[in-house]
Design a protein around this ligand. Structure first.
Ligand code: AMP
Ligand code: MG
Length: 315
């Protein structure tokens, strides 16, 4: 996967948030965007000066989070944990890392394994992580060997730090860390006195306050998975709420004429069959992790999982 391919989230982010700035009854908000974590980040505020200050704060926070969670950076905390796999000694980790991995492991258990933060060996096999391009489906033997490295029971997370017990085990928190970064930025902006704003990190969106006079909240357009520019539905977010979308149009591979999305079902070792899933929750981390999990899961199990976190599937 190249950084360029990861930027495909750009289109998604733009379509998702433009409605909040151009709905007829809404006063104009100013949207500023930049690239980070291999995707597009944006803030929206009622005035340009507020948006500029908010952007500065969010830029700093997203860069800090990237230093912890980027699997593309050799010096990130996650890369150090991955390199020490099988070494028998836990690596000290930050509070941010502990929170995100803790939540990932919890959702792994509650989703019957649909969400799995150890999927990287499978993502690599299917050509979604690392430089390898694939021209045919991986063999069942290769899938089984990669699956043997995805047992979350082999992750130790305690006061001493984090240890992956087997060599070759690799954490990838790409299905949850962007949502968490949005929550950290949300808390920082609220703490700095901002009351009306929207933060968007690659389609992980959280809003504060209400830019409307008619009390409807922020209006967010959900991209139609079947068309590049169409909007499938418009949702309303109230202050503090968050939404996240997982979709196969963000990143996919065509292998032997078949289309495979970048979300892998750890129970089979094969790309999951979903097309798009949008979840609303009370935090961006929960919306992010659940949108990925529900994308993989079948209907009944996803309903109970969403209920446990008081979250809703919007699309
Ligand atoms: P998202 O766009 O939030 O759904 O996250 C997708 C990213 O999460 C992928 O690019 C992988 O890094 C990672 N991922 C893929 N499949 C899974 C899975 N089943 N469980 C956890 N993370 C996954
Ligand atoms: Mg996610």
């Amino acid at each position: 996967m190249t950084r360029c391919a990861k930027l495909s989230g750009f289109v998604l982010a733009c379509v998702l948030t433009c409605l909040s700035g151009c709905a007829r009854k809404e006063p104009p908000t100013v949207r500023l965007q930049w690239t980070v974590m291999g995707t597009v980040a944006a803030v929206q505020c009622p005035s340009r000066s507020e948006a500029q200050r908010a952007k500065q704060i969010c830029e700093r926070i997203f860069s800090e989070q990237e230093e912890i969670f980027s699997v593309w950076r050799e010096d990130s905390v996650i890369s150090k944990v991955n390199r020490s796999a099988g070494g028998g000694v836990p690596l000290p980790v930050t509070g941010h890392f502990r929170k995100v991995l803790g939540c990932a492991l919890e959702v792994h258990a509650k989703s019957d394994g649909a969400f799995n933060p150890l999927l990287a060996p499978l993502s690599k096999l299917w050509g979604f992580l690392g430089a390898k391009q694939i021209s045919r489906e991986p063999s069942q033997g290769a899938i089984d060997a990669a699956l043997a490295l995805t047992d979350c029971g082999d992750v130790q997370l305690d006061a001493a730090g984090c240890l992956l017990r087997k060599k070759g085990m690799t954490l990838d928190l790409g299905g949850i860390a962007k949502g968490y970064a949005v929550d950290v930025a949300y808390d920082a902006l609220r703490g700095a006195g901002f009351s009306v704003f929207l933060i968007d990190l690659g389609g992980n969106i959280r809003v504060s306050g209400n830019p409307h006079s008619d009390q409807e909240g922020w209006r967010i357009g959900i991209r139609d998975p079947h068309s590049r520019h169409g909007v499938a539905s418009v949702v309303c977010l109230n202050s503090g709420e968050a939404t996240a979308t997982s979709a196969d149009y963000e990143r996919f591979r065509i292998v032997d004429g078949k289309r495979y999305g970048h979300i892998v079902d750890a129970r089979t070792g094969r790309p999951a069959q979903g097309r798009a899933c949008t979840v609303k929750a009370s935090s961006a981390m929960v919306a992010d992790v659940l949108s990925t999990a529900v994308y993989v899961l079948d209907g009944r199990k996803s309903e109970s999982l969403l209920k446990e976190y008081s979250a809703t599937r919007l699309y």
